[in-house]
Design a protein around this ligand. Structure first.
Ligand code: NAP
Length: 672
């Protein structure tokens, strides 16, 4: 293979450094396959370009427009995925490892795209929570909102997942409306560079939205400001170095750190050999050791079992690991490829040496070369300690490869304490079929772990596994894991936005956030709102219905028709004995049905379907003889596609004294 010069992408142009180049070797053959470097880049000018060109362009778009952009980027990656697989094997990755990286990366973009279109508004300001009443008459209220940061997201990524690692950060960043500068790890940067190139060549992104640094970051940190975010994934050592840069503290630059982690997996006290949970545990520990040759930040480094079962566990794991086939990841039948580089091999060997001061090797040989040649191959190494409290290294030393240590625990409290001895982790798994064990574990260990998976015979088949971070769940953990949090659906988007508490008149705030807020004006018109398409429906447009009396006959008719004969509707004496009611009351569902009867316009038109109610509350009982009327107000609306979109209506049902009987949001699908 010819040596490739990896290119930087700065100010919307490709740039090849010509000095201070570093060589990059194939993990499988040891041959030099690329040279990489960033010497000569003007980092201050890159930041300036992102702030002046990329940021404004992204912020002009709505959340939905940016969400569509993410989907298109994911599709562009998928359309050229084979080019990425072709590079990925050079990192030592099998097809399965590559799938997690490449298709898992594109899938993360799809997930953020879908979340963006379904959970974020088709506007540019994100409303956070409900209006807070701040005044007696309601003319002054509070509303939290999020707006995009006006700086740059600097993404510094680890080597292990060059595509996924880049895309899991870009998804939320771009959805938030923030431009990014990506700095992949050097050893596998050739895969990241190609995925980046695919995105640029797709022509989907506005100028300035993305830039790429294929080497050191020079003086970039000197120019960071309060509007920037550094999102770092890598070792604790590098994180500490970068996080203690004086500019980070001086300018209060947001710093998200995803560091290493001594993740634990625990076999519950109930999960003796012979139970499904024991077998699942053995399978998962072995799988986590060998997928991606153990180079996963979430991999199980410490496996804990009741003292009585530790020998059985060792034996079962040894048998399972003996079946692992190590070799060139392109070869049929190979189940574990190489580490990402010779340097990584040396670092794993050194870490195993440190671990052997606390534990003994019971399977594998760190010094053997399981595959001939210059590749970075190593066999899975299983260690064991029988004195976990007297073996500090097993809780402190991360061997970032196919290496795990098994250890016994005395009782559940001991298992919790051992799990927490890792001083903060990304992922913990517990194999138990006993919910009391699980509850004790969640309470005892939750504060130390970013994600906890409780696995049993009922969930194993569909489980996503101990080691898989998911776009809809938070990824990150306290303490040693870095204290960061990424992804987690819309939560991850807000890491690139500023939350601001807005105060003002409801009408003013409503116009600012482009959403009708309680207390804002309600505009009535001649035309029934159900006769208007989304494009014709103004926010705040309101229908005030006529009123109708609800009679005892109505209540009895409804009870008989639906079968809902609950005493509060049917038995005067029993209803009176209830502390909430003064006698028989109308069914809540009757009120909802009558409300629809009052506001619906029956003829076919732009409204296609009612698809749900949210936030329904019954606030004042409605007694026989009371009147009810409805106010229906357009709260938000957003077009999904050419055929339909969603309208959210604020619905208030009043009685004859203008007290609110019920309030809810009604969701309809409408023609655009
Ligand atoms: P690393 O050596 O800390 O490198 C991480 C990134 O930082 C690389 O892009 C590296 O670039 C860059 N870097 C190093 N020194 C820098 C500096 N002075 N200024 C700016 N950037 C700098 O970690 P790694 O070896 O790539 O990754 C393995 C570690 O990452 C493991 O400990 C693993 O647990 C952790 N990890 C954590 C997560 C998570 O989500 N928590 C995920 C994956 C990996 P160069 O490659 O060019 O040096």
């Amino acid at each position: 293979m010819k040596t490739q010069t990896l290119l930087n992408y700065a100010r919307d142009e490709w740039y090849a450094a010509s000095t201070s180049l570093a060589e990059v070797q194939s993990a499988v053959t040891g041959e030099t396959i690329a040279v990489t470097g960033s010497a000569g880049l003007d980092f201050a000018a890159m930041l300036d370009h992102a702030r002046r060109v990329g940021g404004p362009a992204l912020r002009r778009m709505t959340f939905h427009e940016r969400a569509h952009m993410l989907k298109a980027l994911g599709l562009a990656i998928m359309a050229r995925k084979e080019e990425l697989y072709e590079l990925s094997w050079q990192t030592g990755a099998t097809r399965t490892d590559g799938w997690i990286d490449i298709e898992g990366g594109a899938g993360t973009l799809f997930s953020f795209s879908s979340k963006g279109r379904r959970e974020l508004p088709n506007s540019r300001i994100l409303v956070d929570g409900n209006v807070e009443m701040l005044s007696r008459h309601g003319s002054f209220v509070g509303q939290h909102v999020f707006t995009p940061l006006q700086g740059v997201a600097l993404h510094i990524n680890a080597f292990n997942f060059p595509v996924w690692g880049m895309l899991e950060k870009l998804g939320p960043t771009l959805l938030a409306g923030v431009p990014a500068i990506v700095k992949p790890a050097s050893s596998t940067g050739y895969v990241a560079e190609h995925a980046f190139r695919i995105m640029i060549e797709s022509g989907i992104l506005p100028p300035g939205a993305l830039q790429l640094i294929m080497g050191g970051v020079g003086d970039l940190f000197e120019h960071l400001t309060l509007q920037d975010v550094v999102s770092f994934t890598g070792s604790a050592q590098t994180a500490m170095k970068l996080q203690s840069h004086p500019v980070i503290a001086r300018e209060s630059v947001r710093f998200i750190a995803e560091r290493d982690s001594l993740n634990a997996s625990v076999l519950g006290p109930d999960a003796a050999p012979g139970t499904p949970e024991f077998d699942l545990f053995v399978k998962e520990v072995a799988r986590e050791m060998t997928v991606k040759a153990g180079q996963k930040c979430t991999a199980i480094r410490r496996a804990m079992a009741p003292a009585a079962h530790i020998d059985a566990l060792e034996e079962a794991l040894r048998q399972r690991l003996a079946k692992v086939r190590i070799g060139d990841p392109r070869e049929e039948g190979v189940t574990m490829g190489a580490l990402a580089s010779r340097a990584q091999l040396a670092s794993v060997r050194a870490a195993v040496t440190e671990l052997t001061r606390s534990a003994r090797i019971v399977a594998g040989d760190p010094d053997a070369s399981p595959v001939a040649g210059n590749g970075a191959f190593i066999s899975p190494i299983l260690l064991r300690t029988d004195d976990p409290w007297g073996s500090p290294a097993v809780h402190d030393v991360e061997a970032f490869g196919p290496v795990s240590t098994i250890m016994p625990y005395r009782d559940l409290a001991d298992a919790v304490a051992l799990a927490n001895r890792g001083m903060g982790s990304l992922a913990l798994s517990l194999f138990t079929y006993d919910s009391a064990v699980a509850e004790e574990f969640v309470l005892g260990a939750g504060a130390y772990h970013g994600r906890m998976m409780i696995l049993d015979r009922t969930s194993a088949k569909e489980s996503t596994g101990h080691g898989s971070p998911l776009p809809v769940l938070v990824h990150g953990g306290p303490g040693r894991a870095g204290g960061g949090e990424e992804m987690g659906g819309v939560r991850g988007v807000t890491h690139y936005m500023q939350r601001t508490a807005l105060q003002g008149a409801p009408e003013m705030l409503s116009r600012v956030v482009r959403q009708w807020l309680p207390g804002a004006a309600k505009a009535e018109g001649e035309i029934h709102p159900f006769r208007k398409r989304i494009s014709e429906l103004e926010i705040g447009y309101t229908l005030k219905t006529a009123s109708r009396i609800v009679t005892l006959e109505d209540i009895e008719h409804f009870a008989e028709f639906t079968g809902d004969n609950f005493y509060a509707h049917m038995d005067e004496e029993a209803a009176r004995a209830n502390p909430i009611f003064d006698g028989r009351v109308a069914h809540g569902y009757l009120i909802l049905s009558f409300a629809a009867g009052l506001f619906v316009d029956p003829a076919p038109g732009p409204v296609l379907a009612n698809y749900g109610l949210e936030g329904l509350r019954f606030l004042t009982p409605l007694y026989p003889g009371d009147a009810m009327r409805v106010e229906l107000t357009v709260k938000t609306r957003s077009v999904r596609n050419e055929e339909m979109g969603e309208v959210r209506w604020a619905v208030f049902v009043f009685n004859q004294k203008d007290e609110v009987v019920a309030s809810y949001d009604l969701l309809t699908m409408n023609r655009p």
